[in-house]
Design a protein around this ligand. Structure first.
Ligand code: NDP
Length: 386
C-alpha cells in the first residue's frame, strides 16, 4: 500500500486526487489531509478515507473540524504551523495542491522528507525554485509535475537528454477571453473571468488562465523542472486542450502527449508512476474530437506572457516578485476592488519598483515575497480609489 498525504485536499486538485484514491481501495492508505478553512469538507474526506491526521490552517474553522472528528483517534492540527507539521509527517506520495505561495513552506517540508512529491502548487516553485529543487535533490525526493502541460512534457521527454531538444511547447486553451477585445477585457467581471471554457479549476488559477499569467508561471515552472533555457520554451494556443505538451528534438521529430481535459489523468500518472492506473472513463476518442487548432498567443492582449518571460530572463528574485504581485492583484480583482486589466499593470509596476536581487536564503525569499505583496497592495488600493 502506498501511504499518501494531500496538502490542499479540499480544492479542485485535492478533490480529484481523493476521487482517484477512492477508486482503488487497498492500493492507497491516506495519512494526512489539509485545508485552509473548509472544515466540513475536510472532515468528510477524513472520515471517508480513514486519514490519521487532519490539519486546518484557519484557527477559526478548527472548532468545527474538532467537533466533526470528536471521539475518533484522528489527530487534528491547527494553523499554518499545523499544516506545516502535517506536511512533515511521513508519506510515500504527497500531493502539493495548496494554492499560492501559502503552499511554499508545506511543499518545501514535503520535499525535504523523500518519497514522491506530486507538484501542483506551481507558485511554490516559481517563488522559490532553487530551494525547492535543492531540498528535493538532497532528500532524494522524486518531483513529478501535475500541471497537465508539464506532466505531458515529462512523459514525452521520458528522461531523454535536454541537450537534444530544439523546443519545448506548452499549450494553452486561451481561456475565456481568447477572442475578446481589450475593451471587453477591461469590463470583465470575476464571474466571466473564472468561467473557463475547458477546465474546471479553483478561482485563482482560473483568473491566471484568463490573463494567461498561468502560462507565464508555467514557462518559469518548465525552466526549473526540466532545466530548459528560456529561449527554447514556447507556448501555443490550442483551444481544444487535448494536446497538452510537445517536445521537439533537434532532428525535427516532435513528440506530443494527448489526453482528455481531465486533471485526474495527470494526477493518476503521478500516483502510479512508473506504473499506470486503469481509468476506463477517462478516454480521448480522436475520431470524435473534431479539428485541432493551434495559433501563436497574442502578447498584445495577453502581456502577462511577455512580463513572465522577462522575469524569467532577469532571474534572481524577479519570479518571486512576479508571483507575489500577481496573487495580490488577482485577489483584488476577485474582490471587485480593481479591474481585470489592472492585474497585469500591478504586476508590471511592482516588478519595476523592486530590485530583483538574487535571493539567497529562504528567509530572503520570504522577505522579497512580503515586500512585493506590500507594494502590490498599495498599487491596488490606489487603483481602487480612482
Ligand atoms: P483551489 O482553490 O481549488 O484549492 C486550494 C486548496 O488549498 C484548498 O484545499 C484550500 O483549502 C487550500 N488552501 C488555500 N489557502 C490556503 C492556506 N493559506 N493555507 C493552507 N491551505 C490553503 O485550488 P486548485 O486546486 O485549483 O489549485 C491548487 C494548486 O494546483 C494551485 O497552485 C494551482 O495553480 C495548481 N493547479 C491547479 C489545476 C487545476 O486544474 N485546478 C491545474 C494545474 C495546477 P480551503 O478549501 O479550505 O480553502
Amino acid at each position: 500500500m502506498t501511504s499518501i498525504s494531500i496538502l490542499g485536499a479540499t480544492g479542485s486538485i485535492g478533490r480529484s486526487t481523493l476521487d482517484l484514491v477512492r477508486r482503488f481501495p487497498g492500493r492507497f492508505r491516506v495519512e494526512v489531509l489539509t485545508a485552509h478553512r473548509s472544515a466540513d469538507e475536510l472532515a468528510d474526506a477524513v472520515l471517508a478515507t480513514n486519514a490519521k491526521v487532519a490539519a486546518i490552517a484557519d484557527a477559526r474553522a478548527a472548532p468545527r473540524l474538532a467537533e466533526r472528528l470528536a471521539g475518533r483517534s484522528i489527530e487534528v492540527l491547527v494553523g499554518a504551523d499545523g499544516v506545516l507539521e502535517a506536511a512533515k509527517r511521513d508519506a510515500d506520495w504527497t500531493m502539493a495542491a495548496i494554492v499560492g505561495a501559502a503552499g511554499l513552506a508545506p511543499t518545501l517540508a514535503a520535499a525535504e522528507r523523500g518519497g514522491v512529491l506530486a507538484l501542483a502548487n506551481k507558485e511554490a516553485l516559481v517563488c522559490s525554485g532553487p530551494h525547492l529543487l535543492d531540498a528535493a535533490a538532497r532528500a532524494g525526493t522524486r518531483l513529478l509535475p501535475v500541471d497537465s502541460e508539464h506532466n505531458a512534457v515529462f512523459q514525452a521527454l521520458a528522461e531523454r537528454p535536454v541537450a537534444t531538444l530544439r523546443r519545448l511547447v506548452l499549450t494553452a486553451s486561451g481561456g475565456p477571453f481568447r477572442n475578446a477585445s481589450l475593451e471587453e477585457m477591461a469590463r470583465a467581471t470575476p464571474e466571466e473571468a473564472v468561467a473557463h471554457p475547458r477546465w474546471s479549476m479553483g478561482a485563482k488559477i482560473s483568473i491566471d488562465s484568463a490573463t494567461m499569467m498561468n502560462k507565464g508561471l508555467e514557462l518559469i515552472e518548465a525552466h526549473l523542472l526540466f532545466g530548459v533555457p528560456e529561449t527554447k520554451l514556447a507556448t501555443l494556443v490550442h483551444p481544444q486542450s487535448l494536446v497538452h505538451g510537445i517536445v521537439e528534438f533537434e532532428d525535427g521529430s516532435q513528440i506530443a502527449t494527448l489526453g482528455p481535459t481531465d486533471m485526474r489523468v495527470p494526477i493518476a500518472h503521478t500516483l502510479a508512476w512508473p506504473d499506470r492506473l486503469p481509468l476506463d472513463e477517462q478516454r480521448l476518442d480522436l475520431t470524435t474530437c473534431g479539428t485541432l487548432n493551434f495559433e501563436p498567443p497574442d502578447e498584445r492582449r495577453f502581456p502577462a506572457l511577455r512580463v513572465a518571460r522577462d522575469a524569467l530572463r532577469t532571474g534572481g528574485s524577479a519570479p518571486t516578485i512576479l508571483n507575489a504581485a500577481n496573487e495580490v492583484a488577482v485577489a483584488s480583482f476577485l474582490e471587485r476592488r480593481t479591474g481585470f486589466l489592472d492585474i497585469i499593470s500591478v504586476v508590471e509596476a511592482t516588478l519595476e519598483s523592486l530590485v530583483a536581487d538574487a535571493p539567497g536564503t529562504l528567509e530572503e525569499v520570504v522577505a522579497i515575497d512580503c515586500a512585493a505583496r506590500h507594494k502590490a497592495t498599495a498599487l491596488c488600493a490606489a487603483l481602487s480609489d480612482r
